[in-house]
Design a protein around this ligand. Structure first.
Ligand SMILES: Nc1ncnc2c1ncn2[C@@H]1O[C@H](COP(=O)(O)OP(=O)(O)OP(=O)(O)O)[C@@H](O)[C@H]1O
Length: 645
């Protein structure tokens, strides 16, 4: 097939051309990660909810907005460069989403009127009988009422209490598609866990699934709202310390909460000895971070279109669809604390531009809170949190004597108590960590190298539109085909090599992105898109090729057995390393000013174990490429865009 866009042939070698014509020894570098390959589940198989501990399909969703709040009146706008909302997360403030669009959420909300009337009296299992009294709260799933004991039982507290909280979920409700709410199973495992209210009875009555639990007092959101929307530093420090103790216990039992926020922390009942005690409720989004049978940490994964949690407080990892782990609860706790202290989070109510995220958040925080945020946002996926050290950060904020403290910190005192003070050793011999997520945004070249048998490879960079054809033609004359293209500052970078396996190639530079007519014309001729780049001025370079390898790739039998994506607002180093360890290799990369995405695939041919390395450089990596060539590592992909330095 003739090339459709053959430029004028020119033998002249431009300044910015490099050629690897040297003859290299025919030794292939063995993969250093060989043998560690461990196949991950196919994305299509099994539940789509990360870390979901039970073998049931994806829950129907936790999509409805929670209780209307003053804050809800102010719609939040999430900017693309915020570092928090990459996908269809344009939902209101306190909404919980599981891979759902905002439209679907609205539809769910309209269903509400169709539920049956609430029972006047409740009696489940061998519980006493309760009369339904005032409403305590409402979430996206359940409604919580005071239950006043009318018959049965005689005590004042515990399973016999005169007043309990009744959480009712309609059997047709979102969380009940497969029987009793998932939260029930979590409560069964966690009953008695420090800081989690006791569930005394549960059962179905008529159309409702009902949990009978300890009645608690106001939520931290209520307290914040009735305190002029600001809480003292000491109070928030006490909350931090106690919340950490509660989360530690929850984590010790193998669960992450998954929806840490002010609305889900409740104080004990006013007027009782527990009125200053903190509790964590709502286990409906809890998931296992540790596999029960093997005791191993659950596998890392990223599904950018799946989100669960509350938009405002969710960790950046949760926004990016990564499997939940202990670090996410801690990051949400950090945002909860900043919110309670300052009454707002920097991403509320306005579009946050590049860089503002970390600057604003850190600027708003007193030192211990800032340090806390830095520590938790730098945690690895499976890292064991150092709860003691995190608690210790707040030691100096706790100035009142134990009896005057606004919130009890019994959990932390149990560990390091001495006369009601925390005794926590803040000595740390670990090396200071680099600020990854809160670092300075940068724009760099990201180049990916793969080991291959020796071949000729050449690159051109800083290529203007007008010079493109002459470079490509020169390469073609030398028997090379384009293997990847990239754009930086409206100049092109082209990598050409002798090992693509393509028999013929066409390309087009068009002022529009994905010039449909031209692409369809080439498809008709059995060409398939093999590389693609867009410039910031809107023009696009599309390369289409045909040949044995890509003919197969694009039609029926791709050589990949599985494919995943790593997407982030910085270079997702941890994710890429985890994927490498599981046998994935980067097969495509793209970056813009504010995001970078990597497609990683596993090869059907297990024997094809290739070493892969990546580089991030401010300038085009010309010197590095030569070094890599000498080790039989060839550019496999290249892009220019968002990283963090
Ligand atoms: N044990 C309790 N005692 C007193 N109030 C409670 C109790 N449990 C829940 N509440 C109140 O009811 C509200 C809703 O409860 P919960 O968060 O469990 O419901 P949900 O439908 O699962 O919520 P979400 O939409 O956040 O998932 C809480 O924010 C709180 O104000």
């Amino acid at each position: 097939m003739p090339d459709l866009r053959r430029g004028v042939r020119q033998a002249k070698k431009a300044n910015n051309v490099e050629d690897n014509a040297a003859v290299l020894a025919p030794t292939t570098r063995r993969g250093t990660r060989r043998g560690k390959a461990q196949a991950l589940k196919s994305p299509a198989a099994g539940p789509a909810v990360p870390g979901y501990p039970y073998p049931m399909p994806r829950p129907a969703g936790r999509g409805r907005g929670s209780r209307p709040t003053d804050q809800d009146k102010n719609p939040e706008i999430f900017g693309a460069g915020v570092g928090r909302t990459p996908l269809n997360l344009d939902v209101g403030v306190n909404q919980l989403v599981v891979g759902k669009s905002a439209e679907k959420l609205a539809a769910d909300a309209e269903d509400e009127g169709s539920t049956s009337p609430l029972p006047e009296r409740v009696q489940v299992g061998n519980s006493p009988s309760y009369k339904l009294e005032r409403k305590l709260g409402k979430g996206g799933f359940g409604q919580v009422y005071v239950g006043r004991r009318v018959t049965g039982g005689s005590g004042n507290t515990g399973p016999d209490a005169l007043e309990v909280a009744l959480k009712l979920e309609h059997r047709n409700g979102k969380g009940c598609s497969y029987g009793p709410p998932y939260e029930w199973q979590v409560y069964s495992t966690l009953n008695g866990c420090y800081g989690v209210p006791m569930v005394h009875h549960k059962g179905r009555q008529g159309d409702y699934y009902i949990l009978v639990m300890d009645k608690l007092g106001p939520s931290l959101w209520d307290v914040w709202n009735s305190s002029n929307q600001i809480l003292s530093e000491e109070m928030v420090a006490c909350i931090a310390v106690e919340a950490l103790s509660i989360l530690e216990q929850l984590h010790l039992r193998g669960f992450v909460h998954g929806d840490v926020k002010p609305e889900n922390f409740l104080l004990g009942q006013p007027g009782t000895p527990n009125e200053k005690k903190l509790y964590l409720v709502d286990l409906g989004l809890a998931s296992k971070w540790r596999d029960t049978s093997s005791g191993n940490h659950v596998d890392y994964d990223q599904k950018p279109d799946v989100f669960r949690g509350t938009v405002r407080y969710a960790s950046v990892h949760a926004h990016l669809g990564r499997t939940g782990s202990r670090r996410d609860d801690l990051e949400s706790l950090a945002y909860t604390l900043v919110f309670l202290l300052r009454g707002k989070l920097p991403w509320q109510g306005f579009i946050v531009k590049d860089g503002d995220f970390s600057d604003l958040l850190c600027y708003l925080c007193p030192s211990p809170f800032k340090q806390f945020l830095e520590m938790v946002t730098n945690m690895k996926f499976d890292e064991e949190p150092n709860y003691l050290k995190l608690i210790g950060l707040f030691e100096n904020c706790l100035v009142s004597s134990a009896s005057l403290r606004p919130v009890k910190i019994d959990g932390a005192l149990k560990v390091g108590q001495k006369r009601g003070r925390l005794l926590i050793d803040l000595e740390d011999d670990a090396q200071p960590r680099k600020k990854i997520r809160l670092g300075t945004p940068a724009t760099q070249w990201i180049s990916i190298y793969t080991s291959r048998t020796p071949m000729k490879q050449r690159y051109y960079y800083n290529v203007m539109d007008t010079r493109l054809h002459q470079h490509v033609e020169k390469g073609k004359n030398d028997g090379l085909n384009i293997s990847c293209v990239a754009s930086a500052l409206n100049l092109w970078a082209i990598v050409m090599d002798a090992g693509t396996g393509f028999t013929s190639q066409v390309y087009e530079l068009s002022p529009v992105f994905l010039h449909k007519e031209w692409i369809m014309e080439q498809w008709e001729k059995n060409y398939y898109i093999t590389s693609l780049a867009g410039a910031s001025n809107g023009s696009a370079l599309v390369v289409m090729s045909k040949g044995s390898r890509w003919g197969i790739v694009m039609s029926r039998d791709a050589p990949y057995s599985n494919q995943v994506v790593e997407l982030d607002f910085l270079y997702p180093s941890e994710g890429i390393h985890r994927r490498w360890e599981n046998g994935y290799r980067i097969t495509a990369a793209a970056a813009t000013e504010d995001q970078a995405a990597f497609i990683l695939s596993t090869s059907k041919k297990r024997s094809q174990d290739v070493t892969q390395e990546t580089l991030r450089t401010s300038a085009f990596p010309s010197t590095h490429v030569k070094e890599k060539w000498s080790k039989n590592l060839y550019i496999a992909s290249i892009c220019y865009g968002r990283t963090v330095s």
